[in-house]
Design a binder for this molecule. Structure first.
Ligand SMILES: Cc1cc2nc3c(=O)[nH]c(=O)nc-3n(C[C@H](O)[C@H](O)[C@H](O)COP(=O)(O)OP(=O)(O)OC[C@H]3O[C@@H](n4cnc5c(N)ncnc54)[C@H](O)[C@@H]3O)c2cc1C
Length: 424
């Protein structure tokens, strides 16, 4: 409590000092309404921005997001299967505006924790009392020389941020000859959404089964085994997709020959007609350039009670960019939960109130194996004061061993509900 109060006073002192640079306006504002800036309007950032306004309408919230519209990664694999359009996964930010969130379309390029300000690519500077960074992930090509150039990355796509690449990858599949090979490479965990590469393999297999039955799907996995929902995916690969999908574990990628679409693995080379490399990932650029990365040069460590960075006071980090707690997935649902825990903590810190000492988070992640049938994995996570991290509640959660149509309906409802929760 004492620390929080000291931090609060220090925060206002910093604002007062900054006021000397930008005039009395800034000082007057800091005394009235506290200002929160959220960078990134995805699953975690949009949720956080909305819930701060819902729970504390006296706090000013500005969301900085480079994209004009939100496009969901969840369900984007179905665009590759051909049963969804990207338009069906695209939503605008008007709902947040109705909650009083000021939405700024722009690229945050620098953070100054001393003056507590964020600079945009256009040169504009915005001041904050607390900053939330929710920027998602960036691909890392350091270990793949063949994929370093922009040209190479445009030819061998990741489609791991839903958008143009998702549509481009679908076009590559449509253009492929019947009898061709689609190969997807899965990086070593942790990466964004553990089951998503295997869901993608099912979606492409479903498309091939219906439209190009002589074609094959190769799953080249750097890991020693399927990382999530193994029984469910195996049931699909050994059932309806037998003879179409082949799973190869321990397939570490060493490089890519973009001209021949060859994945160079430790022990073999695999040539494909459509090659989809999901590269290793790290917290997005703004987290890296702001010194927030604390683990393996990739992820941002946080205090799970507040989601505050362990490297930088006054800055909170959410979603996939975080160094996740044990068994905590990098998922949209979990990112949404980070957003809510953070919103409550930011309000408490700004209002000099106690922070919740027992935050809880839940996650349910569905995967479709075709156009209708899906299965889920779910867990409940709670704060462990001794370990100072989130742990799975014993006996919580569940896992489907086979996909079914009822869960397909739940999966569609999950998407509608979470989009309404974050953006509605
Ligand atoms: C194919 C696929 C399928 C998936 N399926 C599921 C699923 O079924 N269920 C599930 O729960 N999860 C799923 N996920 C995972 C889910 O998409 C991510 O875990 C989730 O998006 C993480 O949320 P986030 O807020 O951390 O990042 P994001 O949602 O990626 O949001 C980050 C935002 O920050 C913006 N941004 C970044 N830097 C800046 C900057 N400097 N200035 C301004 N804006 C910036 C970006 O434009 C982006 O909008 C899937 C992922 C993939 C790839």
């Amino acid at each position: 409590m004492k620390n929080q109060r000291r931090d609060f006073i220090r925060g206002f002192a910093a604002c007062a000092a900054a006021g000397a640079l930008t005039g009395p306006f800034r000082l007057a504002r800091a005394q009235n309404a506290a200002r929160v800036i959220v960078i990134g309007g995805g699953y975690s950032g949009a949720t956080c921005a909305k819930y701060i306004r819902r729970w504390a309408p006296d706090i000013e919230v500005t969301l900085i997001e480079r994209a004009r519209e939100f496009i969901s990664c969840p369900l984007s694999n179905l665009v590759l299967g051909g049963t969804r359009t990207l338009a069906a996964l695209t939503l605008n930010y008007d709902g947040l505006r109705k909650h009083g969130v000021k939405v700024v379309t722009g690229d945050a390029v620098a953070i100054d924790p001393v003056t507590r300000s964020v600079r945009l690519a256009g040169g504009e500077t915005l001041a904050y009392d607390r900053l939330v960074i929710a920027p998602g992930i960036d691909p890392v090509y350091d270990t793949l020389p063949g994929l370093k150039s922009a040209d190479a990355q445009n030819r061998v796509l990741h489609a791991w941020k839903a958008g143009e690449q998702t549509v481009a990858l679908r076009k590559q599949l449509e253009a492929m000859r019947d009898g061709g090979v689609f190969a997807i490479h899965v990086p070593r965990a942790p990466y964004r959404c553990a089951p998503a590469p295997y869901e993608r393999a099912c979606q492409v297999a479903w498309y091939f089964k219906n439209a190009k039955p002589k074609s094959k799907v190769l799953v080249l996995d750097a890991n020693e085994d399927v990382q999530s929902k193994k029984a469910l995916f195996m049931a699909a690969w050994n059932g309806p997709y037998k003879g179409i999908v082949e799973y190869r574990p321990n397939s570490e990628l060493t490089d890519v020959d973009v001209q021949t679409l060859t994945a160079k693995l430790e022990f073999e080379d695999v040539k494909a007609d459509v090659l989809n490399i999901v590269p290793p990932q790290r917290a997005s650029a703004i987290a890296a350039s702001s010194g927030l990365i604390t683990a393996n040069g990739r992820w941002c460590g946080v205090d799970w009670l507040t989601m505050e960075s362990i490297a930088q006071k006054g800055i909170h980090v959410l979603g996939d960019a975080t160094l996740t707690a044990p068994v905590m997935p990098k998922s949209g649902h979990m990112a949404n939960q980070h957003g809510k825990v953070c919103a409550a903590a930011v309000i408490a810190l700004l209002k000099n109130q106690p922070v919740n000492e027992q935050p809880m988070m839940i996650n349910t992640c569905y995967s479709f194996v075709d156009d209708k049938n899906a299965g889920h994995v779910s867990t409940v996570h709670t704060y462990d004061a001794q370990e100072k991290t989130m742990v799975v509640v014993k006996g919580s959660g569940g896992l489907s061993d086979k996909a079914n149509e009822v869960e397909g309906g739940y999966a569609n409802s999950w998407a509608k509900n979470i989009w309404a929760d974050m953006l509605g």
